[in-house]
Ligand binder design. Structure first.
Ligand code: ZN
Length: 135
């Protein structure tokens, strides 16, 4: 019995190598930047036109494209704006509660609790399964 790869087709080897690299890279796709659809295809959630790809390789190729990179900048700009807005509202709420004389948990404690929760979430594996939350 031999475990040696038969033949030395370098193009085949390159294809395998390329796929391996793409697979490795694909695990670095942030959870919120791609969506695994019910039919097994991947959708890019960064681009506003939501392009759909058959394989994760194709998605990886798309992610390297100029259009995607431009959309990525807007995506994170919007995200940062959203985060700022949330922070602003939270601060306003805090000030309002303070003025009303309500007792609130220490902000640092609250922050630490949130960081702990987030750290726990971070350890979860990449899962871009299509789970649309409806509220
Ligand atoms: Zn994209």
């Amino acid at each position: 019995m031999s475990f040696k790869r038969e033949g030395d087709d370098s193009s085949q080897l390159n294809v395998l190598k390329k796929r391996r690299v793409a697979d490795l890279l694909s695990s670095f796709i942030p959870e919120d930047e791609a969506l695994l659809l019910k039919n097994g295809q991947y959708a890019c959630t960064v681009c506003h036109h939501r392009p759909v790809f058959h394989t994760i390789d194709m998605l990886s190729v798309h992610r390297g494209g100029k259009k995607h990179v431009t959309c990525l900048q807007n995506f994170y700009k919007k995200k940062a704006a959203h985060r700022n807005e949330v922070q602003k509202r939270r601060h306003e709420e805090y000030v309002r509660a303070e003025e009303a004389g309500e007792q609130r948990p220490a902000p640092l404690l609250e922050q630490t609790r949130k960081i702990t929760q987030h750290a726990l979430l971070k350890s979860a594996p990449y899962n871009s399964c299509c789970t649309r939350k409806r509220y």
